[in-house]
Write a protein that binds this ligand. Structure first.
Ligand code: NAD
Length: 424
């Protein structure tokens, strides 16, 4: 089968091009028809809006907002909203596709979407951000909807923006519709367990992979890059299950203690230190580039994209990589990891605990009922474990890496659903 437009891979790899190249490999394994391939790679809808907003000084500034629905084959589309100066249509398109595969791999009934506004929220007042969020929501009131397209937070947005979005959308409908958005504050219908959900999923995926590799958690060592929401929760939950976290890092540097870092102390230190590990005393400072190359059993990149590349992949000593971050490994590096026999649990599986609990938030909103944290966690654990096992079995069946297997699982599910539903 001849696919058109193979994703280009340049020297400095773009994580989204990396994603498309894996999509293509998985499609080839599945023997996906060219027509279906073309349907799945093209977004369903791309919306660009101009948003005039009155600034605090009385001037009017026009912002550009985007929403891309990549797929709504499995159900209403789901994906975050990013506020950043670098937001552009191509990036939003790629991130929307990423969401389609992530939801499909954990078998939740959502398509994929992503949105964004080109703005710098750090230079805007709270009032300006609120007016911008309301203008964006108002202009998207025919796109969003609990049965159509359900936004969530992403870079530069959080529960505060989701509360404004929920309120503005509800006003446009003349009733309260809290299921239109997830990642809301708890009092507005947010879910218990959402804060730790992604780190929790990383922990479940790590333990499941360690079992396959016959690594005993009580004897295993781990290094975690990034100590924000995902990295610190993953560290704490792995630590509670016996894994020794010997290194952690954030923008202030990397911290190493071969006896194991006291994770709860590190979290408390960070919380009382303006969110940074700068000056943390429970470890020695090491070169941040070394954290992923340490002689440990497991590494968890949980900070930014493109940190495992052709320039360092051959120096990795760990047997297992669990991707808390989105896109930490470039496609060219995949090959090196495979050659070295390193198992990599890919982002679309490893960090899917977050979107899973977002789905639970939506389910609870629609039921008008609140689950206990225990119920949320139990169901998240089950979905993560089942999804890992499914991807692992697929990897064995096709004799491919877990990454390609995750794409095979996701693409197969969306393609089959598409064929049953049919088109014009
Ligand atoms: P966050 O902002 O809470 O934390 C990011 C952490 O990474 C911070 O500690 C920061 O100091 C550190 N960091 C940034 N650049 C770094 C670098 N070059 N080296 C080392 N540390 C660095 O973000 P988060 O929510 O924890 O997200 C982390 C990653 O996980 C992102 O790729 C995000 O897309 C992905 N992710 C997050 C969620 C979620 O629910 N939060 C869900 C899925 C995927």
């Amino acid at each position: 089968m001849a696919y058109i437009e193979p994703a280009p891979i340049k020297d400095k790899e773009n994580p989204f091009e990396s994603m498309m190249s894996r999509f293509q490999i998985a499609a080839e394994h599945l023997g996906l028809e060219e027509e279906v391939y073309n349907v799945l790679k093209s977004p369903v809808k791309q919306v660009i809006v101009s948003l005039p907003v009155t600034m605090d000084n009385g001037s009017i500034r026009v912002f550009e907002g985007y929403r891309v629905i990549h797929s709504n084959i499995l159900g209403p589309s789901k994906g975050g909203i990013r506020y950043d100066m670098d937001v552009h249509l191509d990036e939003v398109k790629a991130l929307a596709a990423w969401m389609t595969w992530k939801c499909a791999v954990v078998d939740i009934p959502y398509g994929g979407a992503k949105g964004g506004i080109k703005c710098n929220p750090r230079e805007m007042s709270e009032g300006e951000i609120e007016r911008l969020t309301r203008a964006y929501t108002q202009s998207m009131y025919e796109i969003f909807g609990p049965d159509r397209d359900i936004p969530a937070p992403d870079m530069g947005t959080g529960p505060r923006e989701m509360a404004w979005l929920m309120d503005q959308y509800s006003r446009s409908q003349g009733m309260t519709v809290n299921a239109v958005v997830t990642g809301k504050p708890l009092v507005l219908g947010g879910s218990l367990g959402r804060t730790e959900a992604t780190g929790r999923g990383v922990m479940i995926a790590t333990l499941a992979a360690m079992e396959k590799l016959k690594l005993n958690p009580f004897k295993a060592t781990c290094a975690v890059q990034g100590f924000g929401n995902v990295g610190s929760w993953a560290s704490q939950l792995l630590d509670e299950r016996g894994v020794t976290i010997v290194a952690i890092s954030d923008l202030s540097g990397a911290y190493y203690n071969k006896e194991g870092i006291a994770i709860k102390e590190a979290i408390e230190y960070r919380n009382n230190n303006k969110g940074t590990l700068e000056g943390f005393g429970g470890a020695e400072k090491i070169n941040p580039d070394e954290i992923l190359l340490l002689d440990v059993d497991v590494i968890v990149p949980a900070a930014v994209e493109d940190v495992i590349t052709i320039h360092n992949a051959d120096k990795i000593k760990a047997r297992l990589i669990v991707e808390g971050a989105n896109g930490p490994t470039s496609a060219k590096a995949d090959h090196i990891l495979n050659e070295k026999g390193i198992m990599a649990v890919p982002d679309i599986l490893a960090n899917a605990g977050g979107v899973t609990v977002s789905y639970f938030e939506w389910v609870q909103n629609r039921l008008g009922y609140k689950w206990t944290a225990e119920r949320v966690n139990r169901r998240t654990d089950r979905i993560m474990k089942d999804s890992f096992n499914h991807v692992y079995a697929t990897a064995q069946q096709y004799n491919v890496s877990l990454r390609i297997a995750a794409y095979i699982v996701a693409i197969d599910k969306v393609a089959k659903t598409y064929k049953f539903r049919g088109g014009f």
